[in-house]
Design a protein around this ligand. Structure first.
Ligand code: CDP
Ligand code: CDP
Length: 207
């Protein structure tokens, strides 16, 4: 079984994807981490996020540990959202995502274009969303819990800017696949959202 989970920043797609992977015993790939790794590489070698050429040079990401706390910083989030609009960057990361989705034991992937580009034939597609205000409050809590400096109006502005960039780009924009099930988590706790996602997957699986 292949499950595609897409949605905007802090909609809860990562939490849902991880929980689905655990529940159904499937391997999980957070594809946002790939774009974040490219962004962190670029930032570390002082590259210009405005240059597609320099961003492509940063696509050799095997040296970055996936638990590097800097991957989650707002600076890296913002660079990731800019460089992910470059077709050559998306192309450089395409093959490893497709290979993961085609693995022998099935997979759960979360990102922006899983149901539309990476795994268009996925057995179940979820499009997870929540209002920008609620997503900003979630991100604020997360940053505060990690002791990182955070300011709600800045986070909200960043989320809205990333939503616009992710939705308006020409290469693999963020959009709900026609056959995806919409899950609005605005009024749900993380536990409720996970429970709702499991019900959707069970129903879709039974056809
Ligand atoms: O967790 P959050 O939603 O804030 O971000 P993420 O999923 O880690 O993704 C970081 C950035 O990478 C996003 O703002 C997108 O621009 C980009 N991304 C993408 O373009 N396509 C994907 N499949 C995953 C992430
Ligand atoms: O992966 P994405 O950026 O979409 O979001 P996440 O990292 O899964 O979730 C962002 C934060 O919102 C986490 O701290 C979750 O515990 C929290 N949250 C949630 O994921 N879903 C809810 N329904 C409520 C809160």
């Amino acid at each position: 079984m292949v499950i595609a989970v897409d949605g905007p920043a802090a909609s809860g797609k990562g939490t849902i994807a991880r929980a689905l992977a655990r529940h159904f015993g499937l391997p999980h790939l957070d594809t946002g981490l790939l774009y974040r790794s490219v962004a962190l590489n670029l930032w570390r070698f002082g590259g210009d996020p405005g240059s597609e050429f320099e961003a492509v040079r940063a696509c050799h990401i095997d040296g970055i540990g996936w638990d590097d706390p800097e991957l989650r910083s707002e600076t890296v989030s913002s660079i990731a959202s800019r460089i992910s609009a470059y077709p050559m960057v998306r192309e450089a990361l395409l093959e490893r995502q497709k290979r993961f989705a085609a693995g022998p034991s099935g997979a759960v992937l979360d990102g922006r274009d899983i149901g539309t580009v990476i795994a268009p034939d996925a057995d179940v597609k979820l499009f997870v969303t929540a209002s920008p205000q609620i997503r900003a409050e979630r991100r604020l809590k997360e940053l505060q819990a990690r002791g990182m400096p955070a300011h709600l109006p800045d986070i909200l502005a960043d989320i809205e800017a990333r939503d616009a960039r992710d939705s308006d780009r020409s290469s693999a924009p963020l959009r709900q696949a026609e056959d995806a099930v919409l899950l609005d988590t605005s009024r749900m706790s993380a536990e409720e959202a996970v429970a709702a996602a499991i019900v959707i997957v069970e129903k879709q699986r039974l056809g």
